[in-house]
Structure formats: C-alpha cells, structure tokens
Design a binder for this molecule. Sequence first.
Ligand code: PMT
Length: 397
Amino acid sequence: MKDTRVLLGVTGGIAAYKAAALTSTLVQAGAIVDVIMTAEAERFITPLTFSSLTARPVYTSLWDAPERIPHIRLVREAHVVIVAPATANILGKLANGVADDLLSTALLAARIPIIVAPAMNSAMYEHPETQAHLQTLSERGITIVAPESGFLAERESGVGRLASEERLLDAIRLVISSGNGVLRGKRVAITAGPTREPMDPIRHLSNASTGAMGIALAREATARGAEVTLILGPTALLPPAGVRTIRVVTAQQMFDAAIADATGADLTIASAAVADWRPAEQSAQKLKKSDADLNVRMVRNPDILKTLGERKGGTFLVGFAAETQAHEENALEKLRNKNLDAIAVNDVSEERGFGTVENKLTLLFAGGEREELGTGSKPLLAARMLDAIAKRMEAAK
Ligand code: PMT
C-alpha cells in the first residue's frame, strides 16, 4: 500500500464514522489519502477527523478553490477511488451520470478504478432500483464491495452494513495489484438450492437447502465484475437482480443446465444440494392412499460435479461438502473423486448450513493448502470464499 494514492469518498450514512478507521489504517499502511466528503457526510462526522488522520486538506465543495479544479485534479492524482460508505443516492447518481457536487463530479471524471462499498438499510439495498444501479456500475467495471448482514442502525437485522475494513482493504489491494480484479469479465457458473424429485404430481423428495449460499456467491461474483450464470433449484428466495438465472427443479434438469452452461466457464462453484436418488417411477396421477406400506424404488441421479470434473478443461472447479462427521476426510475424498480444485466444507451437524443465516466454512485446495473462512453470514462467507479463490486463480495464471 506504500505510496498508493487513495481518494476516499465519504457519503452521508451512519457508517461514515467507519471511514475514519479505514483512513487511519490506510495511512498507517503508507498510503496517501485524500478525502472528499459530501454535505450529508458532514452531518455524521467532521472534516477535521479526516484532515487530522491524513494531515491533508479535506475536500467538501467544488467551490473552495475552484481555480485548482479539484474534481479533475483529485482523480488524476489518485491511483484508486473508493466510496465508503456509498449511499443509495451516490450509487444512483453514479449510475445515471448525475454530477451535482464535488464527489459525483469527481467520480464522473475518474479514469482510475472505482470501488463502491454500499451501506444502507436493507430495504433500500434490496430495492430493485438500487440493485439495477449496482448492476449498471458492475457492468461498467466498477468494483462493488457488497454490504454485510447484521445489526443495522434502525435496530433491526438485515443486509446493509458496510463491508468490514478487511474486505475494503482487500478490494483496494486487488484493484491496485491486478488492474481491476481477477474475476472481472470472467464466466462464472454457480449451482444452488435443492432439487426436487417427484413421485407424483403433488409429492416429491427434496432437502432443506434454500439456495442462500449460492445466491450470495452469485451476488458477490457479479459485484466483482464476473458474468454469472446461476443454476437455481426450487426456492422461495429471489436470485440477485441482473444475474442470468436458470430455474430448474430436478437433478436431471440441473445436470442438463450445468453441462450446457458451466462447461468452459472460468470458475464453477457447485453449492447445490443435489438429490442423489430419484424415484424410479413417477406417477402421472396422484398416488392413491391405502393402508399398505409403500416401497419406492430409487435410482441414482447423475453426479453433476463429477461430470464437470471429467470435462474440466481450464475451469477452476469448486465443490461443497455438507458433512456431519469426518468432515475433512470425506471432503478430500470428494475433491479427489470429482477432480476439483477446491472444496468448501461445512459442518451441518450443529444446525448450521442448510437454510440457516450463518454458516461455517473451511476451504481445502487440491494442492493441500487450507483456508479457514470462519463463521459468519452467507454473504460474508461468499466474499471470503471468492477472495481465497481469486488469489489461487491469480497465482495459477
Ligand atoms: O442452500 P443453503 O440453505 O444456503 O445451504 C447451503 C448448503 C448447506 C446446501 C451448501 O453450503 C452445501 O453444503 N452444499 C452442498 C451440499 C451437498 O449436498 O453436498 P454433497 O456432499 O452431497 O455433494 C458434494 C458436491 O457435489 C456438492 O458440491 C454438490 O453440489 C455436488 N453434487 C452432489 C451430487 C450430485 N448428484 N451432483 C452434484 O453436483
């Protein structure tokens, strides 16, 4: 980070105070930080905080020293601009080319990498308009560091907390080191959710997966500029806006979609909980109830990931292992059998994993390395997982 020139845009949200801690960390790491604050940000924190931390002037208006044309100069002098926290307002302005204050004009003039770290109430974040703006920004090559789930200022829980300082720093490092992030422009395929194996028109065999883990991965990969295809089993959860989503029901349908869309992808992540068997016969009519027991003959479903492993080519292939015992041993066996580059192990014995908000993951790599991703919300773990995978993909280049 030494001598990296970072332009930090601070907008008006409660998380503005966290931008001060980020500034301090950047300065301690040797970065030269210039700060632009919007008028709304000044309601939450004062310019004095930032000027004390950076030992540099803080910019709040286009008109303070107009002869120095600050909105052009600041983005020409910086290597990267990060807006943290980024309100729904600044995202909307940036997506629509609105330039009515120093920060929005500077962003419009920027020819350097832009990172935005949204932070807001979950209803605002999940609003289709905000998601559409994020999609537009992502398509333009802007790095989005997705917010995290947890306690919000409104004293409720939801997605919308500013990403951790660690993730913000990772995003800056990644943008600086690779010019614009290793997943940018890459084709990523993700399977998610359960499959449903029908016995008759109203009965089926399935499992408790909700698709949340895969949806979080799809959202995060999209935010990093990847071109994502999400192959999603039956779930009430909505896929992220702007992600190409193929809805499937059965394992066979998921198999067909994955073979068509994941073959040749740069990165494929199989987070789906695929039914290993299906009823051999499917009745066209509702099975009539009787007093007798019912024996259902089950036949094997195709193994999607194993088939993708057999046709891997240059794809970085990642599986999941949901285990209740001998977690790593079983996961490593799957990694080898399915010819994977990495496998994410979740311990599903402690009411974690299927359908839960939190998960706990360890990522094991084919080369023998491991990365503890820790315990956290699925969006947080998705971000950590993609950080770890991006590092390996970068190293393998
Ligand atoms: O969806 P959520 O509610 O958010 O829950 C997330 C999760 C717990 C489902 C997820 O984190 C997870 O662990 N997914 C994999 C669950 C699983 O069934 O694993 P498995 O050990 O049976 O399969 C190993 C791997 O092979 C998985 O990547 C699976 O997608 C893949 N597989 C398995 C069988 C099959 N027929 N085809 C496959 O592709």
